[in-house]
Design a binder for this molecule. Structure first.
Ligand code: NAD
Ligand code: MN
Length: 334
């Protein structure tokens, strides 16, 4: 079998703990990996004055996929600093932010949930074009929607729906209030859906969608939406299945892909060796799916579930295990 070149970026805080844990588990899968380490984030900025060195971009580009831990951002404006993951999404045109929400045996998780939020990752309100007028009494933010970006995210979501048993797609939008921007997004995706007659596509207004996700989350399969709505709704869906300890994600482009846990660098527990690595290990499973190693990805998910169910668990899930002990248990369960 082939050897996959994987770029590992620990980043900051518990990134230094969860990435080695995921590496340990990947090494136990039986697949062959050539791991390349790269740096990014706040600690990198403090040391060399940039949060993403050019060498890191080169290493990501030369790899089959990248696994990212977490990066810290200061709460105040720091001259010259930019958020590492947001920079990489733009720089590498990682247009699809993919966030599965699936039942795992953890406290608070809703049974029967198995959905994926596909969030457009490059435009909408996140073009970050804000202006202030009248001594700060008026402020305006642009939202940008293009046919091109709507079309490629629609295509991605439809192809993803085709791989799923239910083959269902919800297009979540607010075209009733914003017919030009949201309408362009909605109509572009619906036009594209005509090329995928097997996918049951329906549109849903985003606020109703939020309510339906809380009341009957099990009726959703793949859900595609614009950037801001996707940001909010995917945190909601992470909450449905137990939250940050297990929420995984992928940032996917045509040439590169970066997988990362949804959680941040958790400065309150960093350095203690007690961070839950499950979200990073499940992100690694998404990465294996992306590489076409579906069987190993499923085996890895089942191994994580077995350890979540039987222990040892990390303190956030009521256990006493260390990050490394959890990872060793997953490796053994493989
Ligand atoms: P956070 O996700 O780091 O932490 C929120 C809470 O959840 C904390 O109490 C933390 O201890 C806990 N937690 C998070 N992940 C955990 C894990 N794997 N195991 C056990 N407990 C876990 O969010 P925050 O506190 O809002 O942000 C901290 C820093 O992380 C900030 O600098 C922020 O900018 C950054 N951040 C980065 C990303 C990213 O890299 N994608 C995402 C969110 C926040
Ligand atoms: Mn968010």
């Amino acid at each position: 079998s082939r050897t996959y070149k994987i770029c590992l970026i620990e980043g900051d805080g518990i990134g230094h703990e969860v990435i080695p844990a995921a590496r340990l588990v990947l090494e136990a899968t039986g697949l062959k990996f050539d791991f390349v380490e790269a740096e990014a984030g706040w600690e990198t900025f403090e040391r060399i004055g940039t949060s993403v060195p050019e060498e890191t971009v080169e290493k990501i580009s030369a790899s089959d996929a990248t696994l990212f831990g977490a990066a810290s951002s200061p709460n105040k404006k720091v001259p010259g600093f930019f958020g590492a993951i947001r920079y990489l999404r733009k720089r590498l045109d990682l247009f699809a932010n993919v966030r599965p929400a699936k039942y795992h045996p953890v406290p608070g998780a809703r049974q029967g949930v198995d959905l994926i939020v596909v969030r457009e990752n490059t435009e909408g309100l996140y073009v970050e074009q804000e202006r202030s007028y009248l001594n700060g009494e008026l402020a305006i933010a642009d939202t940008v929607i293009t046919r091109k970006a709507s079309s490629r995210i629609g295509e991605y979501a439809l192809k993803l729906a085709m791989t799923r048993p239910r083959k269902q797609l919800h297009v979540a939008h607010k075209a009733n209030v914003l017919p030009l921007t949201q309408g362009l997004f909605l109509n572009t995706v619906l036009e594209q859906a005509r090329n995928y007659p097997e996918v049951k596509t329906q549109d849903i207004i985003i606020d109703n969608c939020a309510m339906q996700l809380v009341i009957r989350p099990e009726r959703f399969d793949v859900l595609v939406t614009t950037n801001l709505f996707g940001d909010i709704i995917s945190d909601l869906t992470a909450g449905l299945v137990g939250g940050l300890g297990i929420a995984a994600s992928g940032n996917i482009g045509l040439n590169n892909a970066i997988f990362e846990p949804v959680h941040g660098s958790a400065p309150d527990i960093a350095g203690k060796g007690i961070a839950n690595p499950a979200a990073t290990i499940l992100s690694a499973a998404m990465m294996l799916d992306h590489l076409g190693e579906h069987e190993t990805a499923r085996r890895l998910e089942r191994a994580v579930d077995r350890v979540l169910e039987n222990g040892p668990r990390t303190p956030d899930l009521g256990g006493e295990a260390s990050t490394e002990a959890f990872a060793r248990a997953v490796a053994a369960a493989l």
